[in-house]
Design a protein around this ligand. Structure first.
Ligand code: FPP
Length: 242
């Protein structure tokens, strides 16, 4: 029996995850919030590793939003340290495992050394295609659409594009996610029923899963259960059942 038959439908090719609940996980244990983020970073490794066996070719992770700058400076700095450490520690393994890494989100506010690490990992993995791992840092969907709109407007102003030639594809090609398929499944941990500005354009036809478990407790096994549940859903993209 094929995997599709066993689970009722194809695996989602592209899963996007809002990794929520690190802070509450730590606070409920009397630990500093950063301890939750550290444990969360360990989970990232486990979930990334599980993707190829589940038939997932694209994984997108929401690591830091445009709103997260409002957190205390110590937490923001701690998260930035975690991103640096993740790239330095996991970079070689991601290269070896055939992952192609991309970062989405506005880079200008990030420190130059972090931007250099990000660009370096993107360059080292550009030839890979076993798993497309996209990490959203300083990402906000409205910000992404705003930046894309400005670039389309510049193209029109400079005479490279006529307004009547602007299509949905034009917009998609100017987003940070240009070239990536839309997510099939968007998963949020920790019980919050919000999308918090994650991939608003790309999520037009995505399925959603909200799970109660906090991200630091979210195991590869729980992830596999969600992915299999996706296979049992019927996606109609606005049409009627066939
Ligand atoms: C949300 O939990 C999580 C974040 C803002 C950070 C996500 C970052 C990681 C999992 C660490 C490293 C990531 C990578 C890609 C290496 P929260 O702090 O909002 O939790 P709360 O809602 O319980 O306060």
């Amino acid at each position: 029996m094929s995997d599709d038959q066993m689970h009722g439908g194809p695996a989602p090719a592209h899963v996007a995850i809002i990794m929520d609940g690190n802070g509450r996980w730590a606070e409920s244990r009397g630990l500093p919030r950063l301890a939750g983020h550290r444990r969360g970073a360990d989970r990232v490794h486990e979930i990334v590793e599980s993707c190829p066996d589940l038939g997932i070719t694209h994984l997108t992770l929401f690591a830091f939003s445009t709103e997260n700058w409002k957190r205390p400076a110590s937490e923001v700095q701690g998260l930035m340290r975690l991103f640096r450490r993740y790239i330095k520690k996991e970079g070689a393994r991601l290269v070896a495992e055939g992952a192609r890494v991309r970062f989405i989100g506005g880079r200008d506010p990030l420190d130059a050394d972090l931007r250099a690490l990000m660009a370096g990992l993107e360059a080292r993995t550009v030839e890979n295609d076993r798993l497309h791992l996209t990490v959203a840092i300083n990402y906000g969907g409205r910000d992404e659409i705003l930046r894309a709109t400005r670039r389309v407007a510049e193209a029109v102003r400079d005479g490279r594009l006529r307004p009547e030639d602007v299509t949905q594809d034009t917009i998609a090609e100017h987003l940070d996610t240009a070239g990536l398929p839309d997510p099939d499944l968007i998963l949020r941990t920790s019980g919050e029923l919000r999308v918090s500005g994650f991939l608003p354009w790309q999520a037009a036809y995505s399925e959603f899963s909200f799970v109660e478990t906090r991200w630091p407790d979210f195991t590869a096994e729980m992830f596999a259960t969600q992915v299999r549940g996706f296979g049992r859903r019927e996606r109609r993209y606005g049409a009627i059942a066939g």
